[in-house]
Design a protein around this ligand. Sequence first.
Ligand code: FMN
Length: 237
Amino acid sequence: MNETIDLMLAHTSVRRFTDQPISDDELKAIISAGRAASSWKNFQSYSIILVQSEEKKQALYDLVSQPAILQAQAILVFVGDHNRASKAAQLHEMPFDAKGVENLLISSVDAALAGQNALLAAESLGYGGVFIGMIRHKARPVAELFQLPAYTYPIFCIALGKPAEQHPVKPRLAEKAVVFSEVYQEQGPEAIQAYDQVQTDYAGSRQTEKWSQRMVAQFSQPEQPETKALLEEHQLL
Ligand SMILES: Cc1cc2nc3c(=O)[nH]c(=O)nc-3n(C[C@H](O)[C@H](O)[C@H](O)COP(=O)(O)O)c2cc1C
């Protein structure tokens, strides 16, 4: 339809990179494009930590052993951030309470929009990348590694670099299972089975378990405790 939509429709996560660097100008453009995203009341309730040093990449990899972290030419760590808001409260000598689900949604949504913008910008320049949300499973040591203060928390990072692999685009759920007209339409198990088959056909021999089994693994047990613990420590819950 147009170049922008074509780029969006061609998206695939990239987890292996060559050693071709991303120039400073390109990184600046990627980050600026990220920061151009909309945000709740223009609060921009996130911060981005740019990681390029081998020491920091290795330290993060030691916590979250995903090869994309080591191979990336740059990592953008997205931090949910109400710390700046606490400074506004100080400025106006007002009480400050950032605790609660709504405030977490504000910062998480803002960060996600900025992250997606940044990844698309990187893809438009011929780079690839992957969101890594698993850093939340190590939320406390990750917070320590990046010296995150009160009212902040790690949400995800994006590993970026020149793709050393190319996968076909991953098919999405059927449109009728996700996009409804006027009112919500609850789906039956057949929608899940149908997409399991789509995913099996897509992944072929690379598949280790069905798509629905991955969801069951996530939702059949209590949530991982690290995020909640860190949020409590940082006075956000
Ligand atoms: C918030 C978020 C966190 C993610 N975390 C990880 C991760 O920790 N490791 C990983 O390999 N992929 C991660 N992904 C990538 C997804 O697995 C991927 O986007 C999804 O399978 C769809 O594939 P595609 O991006 O290639 O279309 C994450 C994606 C999102 C949006």
